[in-house]
Design a protein around this ligand. Structure first.
Ligand SMILES: *Cc1c(COP(=O)(O)O)cnc(C)c1O
Length: 352
């Protein structure tokens, strides 16, 4: 076996899924790796993980574990809709831009109704416009709304914004789904409880992301409106999302939730984003594209500066949110942020 070049193992800020597995998730998987248990979710680890979610959210919700976020979102939305229904989302939404049509596929054709948005957020007004745009039989009937918390653009919906959206949903008889691939970062940012940010604000279904929070894989689908979960287990099985050795998908959640790592990890990532934001503001030629509210920093810089960063080995995306995106994870070190800022300063000085 040839050794991996250590340069390739250096921390990158291209996405929070570049990071490895946090100790709490890892140790929980190790603890689960003893003896034989019943397959397909009838095991003590899965029961304990589901109960940990019920405690955390202070309600008796239905809990399911799937392998990734695309499946979680698609199957959750499919359970809210018939094939002739429409799902209102923001134009920046992951379901629209990054899931290869999976929400439409798994719902047998429910159409995403895309709301334009400069901020990357839905508003009651943008929902109302799409929900009332057409009432005739030739247009898909709006049935659900999906929003992302924290958003793809690194913003956070306040509780007041969520409640206003939920009220609009109620007025048009729309179910409300939350893509929480970075739900933990939103909770850490707002300092509220998970319950306040979901069912107490009118959210029916949450996809709670584990992968970007520090797990190897896995998202939890939480139905606060339990009626909407009917036959969800069959939906998961048909979609190839029912883990046979389920304990390895559920056990990491036990470690994450019972130890509080889910929130610590997110708070750390958010603080790293704040740290970078505070340090780039002083650099000539660099501007923040938008306020930093979660674990993402979007930078506006010339192509020359961005090319300079690339040639120094930094990875980042520029196709999301109209700027260069830098994301932080549970394991980001201040030293690596120092490296980045130093390179950024040098690239900016060269380019000016
Ligand atoms: C990462 C992400 C997902 C999940 O993506 P998968 O690669 O399918 O796990 C879902 N929504 C948002 C906003 C994301 O950033």
């Amino acid at each position: 076996m040839t050794a991996i070049n250590p340069q390739e193992l250096l921390q990158q800020f291209a996405s929070d899924n570049y990071a490895g597995i946090c100790p709490e998730a890892w140790m929980s998987m190790q603890a689960a790796n003893h003896g034989h248990v019943i397959a397909y979710g009838d095991d003590p680890w899965t029961t304990r993980a589901a109960n940990a979610f019920r405690n955390l959210f202070e309600t008796d919700c239905e809990v399911y574990f799937v392998f990734n976020g695309t499946a979680a979102n698609s199957l959750a939305l499919a359970s809210l809709c018939q094939s002739y229904h429409g799902v209102i989302c923001c134009e920046a939404a992951h379901v629209e831009t990054d899931e290869c049509g999976a929400p439409e596929f798994f719902s047998n054709g429910s159409k995403l109704l895309v709301a334009p948005s400069a901020q990357g957020k839905l508003t009651p007004q943008s929902i109302r416009e799409l929900a009332t745009k057409r009432q005739d039989i030739h247009y898909p009937k709006p049935r659900a709304v999906t929003l992302t918390q924290s958003t793809e653009t690194g913003r956070v919906y306040s509780i007041a914004e969520l409640k206003a959206i939920a009220e609009e949903c109620l007025a048009h008889r729309l179910s409300l789904h939350m893509d929480g691939a970075r739900f933990a970062n939103a909770v850490a940012s707002l300092g509220c409880t998970p319950a306040e940010l979901t069912w107490k604000s009118g959210v029916d279904v949450l996809c709670f992301g584990g992968t970007k929070n520090g797990m190897a894989a896995g998202e939890a689908v939480l139905f606060f409106n339990r009626k909407l979960a009917e036959d969800f287990d069959y939906r998961c099985k048909q979609a190839g999302q029912l883990a046979s050795k389920m304990r390895y998908l559920s056990a990491p959640w036990v470690g994450m939730i019972e130890s509080g790592a889910w929130l610590r990890n997110a708070a750390h990532a958010n603080q790293c984003a704040q740290l970078l934001a505070s340090r780039v503001e002083r650099i000539n030629g660099i501007r923040l594209a938008r306020p930093v509210e979660a674990n993402a920093v979007f930078l506006l810089a010339s192509e020359a500066i961005l090319d300079g960063l690339r040639s120094r080995g930094w990875h980042f995306y520029t196709f999301i949110g109209g700027a260069a995106r830098f994301m932080f994870a549970w394991d980001t070190t201040a030293a690596r942020i120092d490296d980045f800022v130093r390179d950024l300063e040098e690239c900016a000085a060269h380019a000016s």
